[in-house]
Ligand binder design. Sequence first.
Ligand SMILES: Nc1ncnc2c1ncn2[C@@H]1O[C@@H]2COP(=O)(O)O[C@H]2[C@H]1O
Length: 215
Amino acid sequence: MDWPLLAALDTEERGRILRAARRRSYARGDVLVNEGDPSDSLHLVAAGRLAVRVSTPDGDHATINLLGPGDYFGELSLLDGRPRVRSATIIALEPAECLTLSAAEFRDLRARHRAADQLLLALMAGRIDELSARLLEATYDSLDQRVHRRLAELADLYGAADGPVVVPLTQEQLAELVGGTRPSVNLVLQALVSEGVVELGRGRITVIDRAWLPR
Ligand SMILES: Nc1ncnc2c1ncn2[C@@H]1O[C@@H]2COP(=O)(O)O[C@H]2[C@H]1O
């Protein structure tokens, strides 16, 4: 796995950080971290797709993001020495593999190597970029635009080459990801079906024409 996150580090520094990490495998449905639990490790996703889920004010749960190879989570635990709790639950949607660094190991690396600080900055910059984009989208974009953008991201997350990409999500899950209701998201999807951009199946949305969706 090539880690875009570690690209700024030289080979020796990259090796040092990767050697300090432990590799763990997970089965589909495994909960990797639980919202509200003490937050004490950083995880780099090496394989598989994972869901980021949060509890909602009405006592339900919603999937707010999906992660795949090259993504990471748990960086908030590295920020300061203060006790923190997990801001979300992370669940494996399929067999997955992560490299895990405990907060204590990371503190140790930071004390000895500047590369760990560079990594932490890269982690934070990545998350701030992503959350800023989401905030802009939530404030200014229409539901149609949000559905199109999320479908484009999902096609990239699940697709290997050109051609149809099967995204194994229900319309309900897509509605959670875009922050819309299922009926309103269904209307947007039906319009995309008429355009020949997607096909709908049970528990799956197939992106036929990725080029139609935003880059
Ligand atoms: N909207 C989001 N998108 C992607 N990852 C998130 C999002 N919100 C929280 N996370 C990750 O989920 C992790 C849960 O544990 P942490 O709070 O330690 O760190 C959190 C972030 O890394």
